[in-house]
Design a binder for this molecule. Structure first.
Ligand SMILES: [Zn+2]
Length: 111
């Protein structure tokens, strides 16, 4: 039986912002996708899904989980509005990229 690591290994050379998102995304798989495929536990789910599996819905769910974890709605909206003229200010508070912050802002603005 192959032992599966319970570690999240960030791809070599990833910057801190990308690493934060990667870890949050993997935690999304851990919490949301246990049992996919049938019989997998959370650790297996975390390692099973990757670019090669190409399951768009599962990846979008993990991305959404990462957005919520890294940029909680109320705190993020407040910080983004306070830094509206300089969105990088909000990015530095949550340690996310500008692209990620803008995507979160656009999503929350529609709600
Ligand atoms: Zn994934």
């Amino acid at each position: 039986m192959t032992r599966i690591s319970n570690e999240i290994r960030v791809p070599w050379g990833s910057g801190i912002l990308r690493s934060n998102f990667f870890c949050a995304h993997q935690l999304g798989h851990y919490f949301l996708h246990s049992g996919k495929p049938a019989g997998t536990n959370p650790i297996q789910a975390m390692h099973y899904f990757n670019v090669e599996t190409d399951d768009l819905q599962v990846e979008q769910e993990a991305n959404f989980f990462a957005h919520c974890l890294l940029m909680p709605r109320e705190k993020f909206q407040k910080a983004y509005l306070e830094n509206y003229d300089y969105p990088l200010g909000a990015c530095s508070i949550f340690n996310v990229s500008l692209k990620l912050a803008q995507a979160r802002w656009e999503y929350l603005s529609k709600k």
